[in-house]
Write a protein that binds this ligand. Structure first.
Ligand code: FAD
Ligand code: MLT
Ligand code: ZN
Length: 473
């Protein structure tokens, strides 16, 4: 039976170690820490531990292990799969919120060293201040923290150019499940010295230890950016437009995002200040071009490709941002999709990926399959089409009972999953597995792959106290 409150010896030891700012046990704090962003899970922890530094965090882990208490690492708590909240009663949350120092930004090495609790937005801003670019961008960047971003191997809008979070990590420091501190804070571009522990921690979703500090790779600062919102007649047309930009000037594409008409309608309905600069359309593509080179004719690239696309009907209408304010306004329409969908009601998310060329088939077949399952269901598809990663989400039918709709989430996810599998795709492109999708692992990653993961977990966390109930079934 899990404990209903912190064992008193553990409470005393943690209180001495962490002090009043570092140990929260009030119901309001534990309640918030136990609730995920999507409101799918609610298991308030026994306490929220907020260590001030790596040494405190490691000592806290050792105390929890000694008392057999399970731990959930938590960053900004923006996980879409319930990864950052406990999977049951009797756990503690270990928050990195107070470990939020930017240690250094080095424009010669092109690296930055950050503690896990720094928000992604604060890290981006620090890079810009040093005339560099941290090329990772997700809609939750104001809240998501570096530790969480790395633990989930976040993707987002710029993957098409710079890769995922994994591609930006040069070094890590982490506290392993037994409380040992591993310092791998190297800043090397080349380092072939055995198993790559940092890449094992990246994407492990906190099941193999807690990331405390990271060294990230920076890119050159952008000198020019051009963005356009395009109306396109179909998903095939969106893809054709993507291919044209790639052919014309592959180095220019910074992001290429897709949005369906229903999602855009929700943004217009629920997000204050959202303005659509073109007439409503069934499908939209957001094109973002950027360059670090001085004197590039990015506007020329954008206009040349768009003019040809408008001429042959690949694009039916387009608005080019004429100022930074207009550029941000166009991006707001994309970035507020998740929030707008949340405000509309219950939704089932499929964060799936397929080879880029198969996206139109995925969307067509998937919509048909889910509509046959739940008449009146609303398809809200959008996302990183340039990576083949679509947020193939479904909103409850108008007027339906939200809880009853959510109770059918496995049916919906499995119907979409069957098509994704047929198209050689993945059931989780960027959000991870968390506590929502471990049930899918045997089917999708079973056999040698899952067995190897289990052995790694058992070797690193034999007591199974680090983020239990996540990733592995
Ligand atoms: P949390 O939610 O706190 O935790 C996520 C996972 O990481 C959990 O398993 C947790 O235990 C673990 N963890 C947290 N901190 C640490 C640590 N220091 N060490 C080890 N493990 C840790 N994701 C994308 O990839 N791309 C997107 O485009 C995207 N857009 C989003 C938009 C919105 C509006 C929202 C709400 C979410 C979006 N996400 C996206 C999902 C989410 O923001 C990312 O997964 C993000 O990386 C999570 O960061 P976090 O700090 O909030 O982590
Ligand atoms: C995004 O890219 O906005 C998120 O990953 C989306 C979501 O599934 O809601
Ligand atoms: Zn996304």
């Amino acid at each position: 039976m899990p404990a209903l409150s912190l064992p008193s010896a553990l409470a005393d030891a943690l209180s001495t170690l962490l002090g009043p700012r570092g140990l929260l046990t009030d119901a309001s704090d534990t309640d918030t820490a136990g609730q995920d962003w999507r409101r799918l899970y609610h298991h308030p922890p026994l306490a929220v531990l907020r260590p001030a530094d790596t040494a405190e965090l490691a000592a806290a882990v050792r105390l929890c292990v000694a008392h057999g208490v399970a731990m959930t690492p938590q960053g900004g708590n923006t996980s879409m799969v319930g990864g950052g909240v406990p999977s049951g009663p009797g756990e503690v949350v270990i928050s990195t919120a107070r470990m939020n120092h930017i240690r250094s930004v080095d424009p010669v090495d092109m690296t930055m060293t950050l503690e896990a609790g720094v928000t992604l937005k604060a890290a981006q801003d620090a890079a810009v201040a040093a005339e560099c670019l941290l090329p990772l961008s997700i809609s939750s960047e104001g809240t998501a923290q570096i530790g969480g971003v790395l633990a989930t191997n976040a993707g987002g809008n710029n993957t098409v150019r710079y890769g995922n979070a994994r591609d930006l990590v040069l070094g890590l420091e982490a506290v392993l499940p037994d409380g040992t501190i591993w310092n791998g804070l190297r800043r090397l571009r080349k380092d072939n010295t055995g198993y790559c522990l940092r890449q094992l921690m990246v994407g492990a979703e906190g099941t193999l230890g807690i990331i405390t500090t990271a060294v990230l790779k920076l890119a050159p600062a952008l000198r020019q950016r051009e963005s356009a919102l395009c109306a396109v007649p179909s998903t095939e047309a969106a893809l054709a437009l993507f291919a044209r930009f790639q052919r014309h000037d592959p180095a220019a594409l910074q992001a290429f995002e897709y949005m369906g008409g229903p999602g855009m309608e929700l943004v217009m309905r629920h997000i204050p200040g959202a303005v659509l600069p073109i007439a409503p359309a069934p499908h939209y593509a957001l094109v973002d071009l950027a360059t670090a080179r001085a004197g590039s004719d990015l506007r020329g690239v954008l206009e040349t490709v768009l003019e040809a696309a408008l001429e042959d009907g690949t694009v039916t209408d387009a608005a080019i941002a004429e100022s930074e304010a207009q550029r941000l306004a166009i991006w707001k329409l994309r970035e507020e999709h998740a929030e707008a969908q949340k405000r509309e009601g219950a939704s089932v998310k499929n964060d799936v990926s397929v080879p880029v060329s198969r996206v139109p088939e995925l969307l067509r077949r998937g919509q048909e399959a889910v509509a046959a399952l739940i008449p009146g269901v609303r398809c809200v598809a959008f996302g990183h089409i340039g990576d083949g990663n679509i947020h193939f989400n479904f909103e409850q039918p108008v007027g339906a009972d939200g809880a009853a709709f959510l109770a059918r989430d496995h049916e919906i996810m499995d119907a979409v999953g069957e098509i994704v599998r047929d198209l050689d795709g993945s059931f989780s492109a960027e959000h991870g597995v968390g506590q929502l999708k471990p049930y899918m692992m045997p089917d999708w990653r079973g056999g040698a792959e899952l067995e190897a993961m289990r052995r790694i977990k058992a070797a690193m966390d034999p007591a199974g106290l680090m983020n239990p109930g996540k990733v592995l079934p």
